[in-house]
Design a protein around this ligand. Structure first.
Ligand code: SF4
Length: 214
């Protein structure tokens, strides 16, 4: 397992590799971020952006969204996959926001995680992107793969992986680490064909070391 120092070095190298990395979901308000990240489960950000482009034009606020029935929402988000569950979550989270928070997205992980369709990963993304106040590291499929391959965590469960990451990543690096793991996964450390020979952090990577021993 990597030390804190090695983890810091890895993050510094990745920072140089992806100086412009940022969230790829489109949104203008914390509510729109909440909706976009909920829809992004098992779906690409590109697809979510296509769906939310029209949706946020017509229904930009929880007040406007609350006029829609679940079947109407289902029709709108159909192409995002798991649309029945997501429509129920979108309807439920909008209602809860209006009923319990006057339509204002709360700014704590604890409260965010009580909304339908919002687990720890989504709450982490909302705190990071909507409030610029990261509380942890969102472990999506890319962060999970990279953590396991490099040797930042040997766990499979995202929450356990996050715990391992938080022991190694400095708080001031949370912001960049969230983006860097996703970008490295998309651009270099592909699930099927990782570009290990061109990867700038390969000297730290357990997966790469193992490949070269075989
Ligand atoms: S060396 Fe290969 S497996 Fe390791 S992080 Fe780089 S691309 Fe991924």
């Amino acid at each position: 397992m990597k030390t804190k120092k090695e983890t810091e070095e890895i993050i510094n190298i990745l920072r140089k590799c992806y100086p412009d990395c940022k969230c790829s979901l489109d949104f203008k308000t914390p509510y729109q971020m909440m909706v976009a990240v909920m829809l992004s489960a098992q779906c690409t950000d590109e697809r979510v952006n296509i769906v939310t482009k029209d949706m946020f034009k017509k229904y930009p606020t929880p007040e406007k969204m609350s006029k829609l029935t679940i079947p109407e929402i289902e029709k709108m988000i159909h192409s995002c996959g798991f649309y029945k569950n997501k429509a129920k979550s979108l309807h439920g989270l909008t209602r809860k926001l209006l009923d319990e928070y006057d339509g204002v997205v709360p700014e704590t992980m604890k409260e965010l995680e009580t909304f339908p369709g919002i687990g720890r990963k989504c709450a982490n993304v909302i705190m990071l992107e909507a409030f610029h106040n990261p509380q942890g590291i969102a472990v999506d499929t890319h962060a999970r793969r990279i953590s396991n391959r490099i040797g930042l965590s040997d766990k499979k469960d995202p929450e356990q992986i996050e715990k391992d990451l938080l022991k190694r990543v400095k708080k001031e690096d949370y912001f960049d680490a969230n983006h860097l793991f996703v970008w490295h996964g998309r651009k270099t450390c592909d699930a099927r064909k990782p570009d290990c020979s061109n990867c700038k952090v390969n000297k730290y990577c357990n997966y790469y070391k193992k490949l070269n021993k075989e």
